[in-house]
Design a protein around this ligand. Sequence first.
Ligand code: ATP
Ligand code: PRP
Length: 213
Amino acid sequence: MLTIAVSKGRIFEEALPLLAAAGIRPVENPNTSRKLILATTRDDIRLVIIRAADVPTFVEYGAADLGIAGKDVLLEHDSAGLYEPLDLGIARCRLMIAAPIDRKLVEGRIRVATKYVKSTQNYFARKGRQVEVIKLYGSMELAPLVGLSDCIVDLVDTGNTLRANGLKPLELIENISSRLVVNKAAMKMKHAAIDELVRILEQEARNVRTQEN
Ligand code: ATP
Ligand code: PRP
């Protein structure tokens, strides 16, 4: 039995066609079911439904053999405990610095509000810039509007959320997409099954990319 950890919503929706290529279709819809363990049309594969930020933890500890997680989430997690064999090319967006449209980033120490503390610290450290990082769990866009911070670091796709709040993107930190992650012990113990799945997902992700271009 292989257990795959996925989060509800965007990643789940975008992963469905890839998983279907491997014959994996959940028998229930996680958006309507309250169940956290979902059987699939393959009796050797089940899905566990968890928060996006928890996927690396479940996989690292072997509670799931595989998982699908955003690179943004993986950058915040210690990567030594996991294999990351495949970029699935789904849930694509950008991790960016953003600030109010009418404000320039001042020189000197600035305050940055974000859920992505590690990525933010690493980025500004690479630039040799001293910042005070304020950890938030959501609604980052609000922080500069109410004087909590000078700017934010958040995910940007269409830019609609920034625009709606009078913010503009300033600098790209990282291009983001979702990755397949694999537990290190499972990669050894269940190598054949995992290898087969990785190959099918890789091929399907490539097909989707070709269709897009
Ligand atoms: P939770 O719902 O548990 O608080 P979350 O809000 O991060 O977590 P999602 O919004 O489903 O969950 O995001 C899951 C992943 O999808 C993120 O980690 C990121 O990789 C990607 N993502 C987030 N926002 C966007 C977006 N606007 N466009 C494309 N991909 C995105
Ligand atoms: C994500 C992210 C941004 C928004 C960016 O939020 O946190 O706020 O998408 O996308 P955009 O540039 O297309 O507007 P999401 O929609 O997942 O809502 P959440 O903050 O509740 O997770």
